[in-house]
Design a protein around this ligand. Sequence first.
Ligand SMILES: C[S@@+](CC[C@H](N)C(=O)[O-])C[C@H]1O[C@@H](n2cnc3c(N)ncnc32)[C@H](O)[C@@H]1O
Length: 255
Amino acid sequence: MDLRGLVARAFCLSWDISKFGCMMSPVRKMFDGIANRYDFLNHFLSCGQDILWRRTCCREIRRLRPGKRLLDLCGGTGDFAVTYEKFNGVQDVAILGDFSYGMLKGAAGKKTAAVPVQLDAMKMPFADGAFDVILNGFGMRNLPDAEGGLKESARVLSAGGYLQVLEFFSPRNVFNKFFYKVLAPLFIPVLGAFFSKRDAYEYLVNSIIRFLPVKDFVALAERNGFELVHVKPCFFGVAYRVLLRRKSMLAGGDA
Ligand SMILES: C[S@@+](CC[C@H](N)C(=O)[O-])C[C@H]1O[C@@H](n2cnc3c(N)ncnc32)[C@H](O)[C@@H]1O
């Protein structure tokens, strides 16, 4: 990373702007509270699968040869940005955006040039069309309104840019219903309590059950500025990769 990047990273991580009374969300507080154990539990609970899923997402985008302005949105501790840069090389612009200061601090020391920016995904401090690729790993489900989040992502993407969503969707097939409604509520909160915070891991399971099924999410994206490239299941549909392309014209008429 060049000196400018180092200075930008140090500057952005020098204070927690939520201390000034903005981003007063219980979800943000929850992620701040589990940030120090987040990476470990993520890999542990998914038996390392999350690492493979992020890699596959980044390889899929590489084949499409997009432009080099990257936003890792709801990027947390930065694993998606790290993986993206590994497979897609140095970017002209790379931003790690999240509203949790604790999660962003978890990216310090990782191999990424992405500059951490504390922001709300529902209202981002970026110009229209500022990015060619947005990654959103396990963040969509946490937004107060998926439709608003999709609209805002479409706004900051350039026409033809890509949004790669890696997410746990509301279970629909028998295997997933059994996994998320019977198994997961038994073991995830218990392991969460042991290693981190029980209520955060209860929230994790509930947020998946309450979220949209993948089919409805795709339909919502198609009504809000995107066309579908593909939907792929990860590990029998425990998670899905939803790759979307930003349409050339948005409903408001801007290119
Ligand atoms: C489950 S973590 C995912 C982190 C990372 N993308 C990954 O792949 O592991 C979800 C992240 O979304 C962030 N988040 C949730 N709602 C947000 C919002 N409205 N604006 C910005 N970040 C948000 C949380 O702070 C958290 O870091």
